[in-house]
Write a new protein. Structure first.
Length: 135
């Protein structure tokens, strides 16, 4: 139904991000990148698209670029859905545990808790692939 929504009105850039995230979870990383880049072509300040591209970079093993893109999303809208989570994970993937711990504490203060999946990643019981591509 998301694809139908997009086909009916391709100007809905939020739909592009949702389709990109769905494609990523199905392992279709290039298709995901196409949707996310299309969202950015429409709005260069789409924090969700920058976050989505950060996730793709992390999954492809480019943790430096993943962190750069995650910070871009954070700078645009730190309260965006999963933006802080992705920054925390990108910091961890780059060995910046002190910064990740500080941001985790910030997130926990804001939300009152850390999400179960993020906590599992931080505890080492959930892999990067499971976090971003698992069911």
């Amino acid at each position: 139904w998301l694809k139908q929504c997009y086909e009916l009105n391709p100007e809905l850039f939020d739909t592009r991000v949702l389709l990109g995230n769905a494609a990523r979870r199905l392992g279709k990383l290039e298709e995901a990148r196409e949707y996310l880049n299309a969202a950015l072509a429409k709005d260069k300040e789409d924090h969700a698209a920058w976050r989505g591209l950060a996730v793709l970079s992390l999954l492809e093993g480019d943790s430096t670029k993943g962190l750069e893109l995650a910070k871009q999303a954070y700078d645009l809208y730190p309260d965006g859905t999963y933006v802080r989570d992705t920054c925390i994970i990108a910091l961890c993937e780059n060995g910046k545990t002190e910064e990740a711990d500080a941001m985790s504490a910030e997130l926990e203060e804001i939300q009152g808790f850390l999400g179960e999946d993020l906590q599992a990643y931080l505890d080492g019981t959930c892999t990067l692939q499971d976090y971003y591509m698992g069911d």
